[in-house]
Design a protein around this ligand. Sequence first.
Ligand code: ZN
Length: 313
Amino acid sequence: MIRHTIALIMIACMLLSACGTKVETTPESTKPNDDSVTSTKEQQNEPTSTGTSEKQTTDSPSSTDSDSNTDQASPSNDETSLTEKEGTDNAPDSQVAEVNIEKTYHMNANYYIKPNDKTSESKVVLLTFDDGPKEEKMINGLIDTLDKHNAKAIFFVNGYRVKSHPELLEIIHKRGQVIGNHAWDHEDLKKMSTTAAAKQVTDVQKIVKDTIGVEPQFFRPPFGSGNDALKATVKKNGMLYMTWSNGSLDWDKSTKNKPEKVIQNVLDQLNPGSNILMHELPWTVEALDELLTKIEQKGYTFVDPRSIELEAR
Ligand SMILES: [Zn+2]
């Protein structure tokens, strides 16, 4: 009798557990695969930068028109505000008070400086001096003349020169002029690997920040030679990439020791928005006062580099 009862209980238990496992197995099945969701997100974030450079086709015989219908202002505006934010982060480190200047100009695809709207003067030029800092006398000579004409310029410096003469970089900064990044060495960045070229850019950002407390916001490659990878590095470092639109030829044999030729070369190519390339050279120092006077006589003013947006369009 007892054996019978035990057997019955055992059978009952077996039946119950069999049912139990059946119930448990059913819900264990599908996991959602989210891959499709993430890939759509990536596609949405992809910036369409091609359209932004097409606005100024009038100045550009070489640029293609194919993308001009996708003229989108919003992506570039977002990026500009981002880089501006990064700039203000540096302000507390600076010994010289950062002046908050409204961005009323922008650079177009051909490196001309253009007003953002009709309230700003279009007859402006941007003054730039490359390849310094070399000598205190030349730097002070250039800045004395700039001050006389109430003008600001970008001094595009090489890192190896800053390393030799950090005190000269401080003079340029303390006298209220703008520092630009001209790569560490004066070499063709296009012939370097992407990594080596990037180091040429970031090493200058670092030494300038370490010397004067703020990083450059403008970049010009030596010889005006660069590629898309370099432009991406420059952008990542919060800088505006530029070459020039008006070469003074002060570096050329034909102009050596001839201040009058520096003046003539610039005036011959003078246009609203001219981005004028000059160098820290004795004959340019000598030419500058007369050159700036003649530029002013033609009705031009000198754009403050700090009023230029850090994103070309
Ligand atoms: Zn140069």
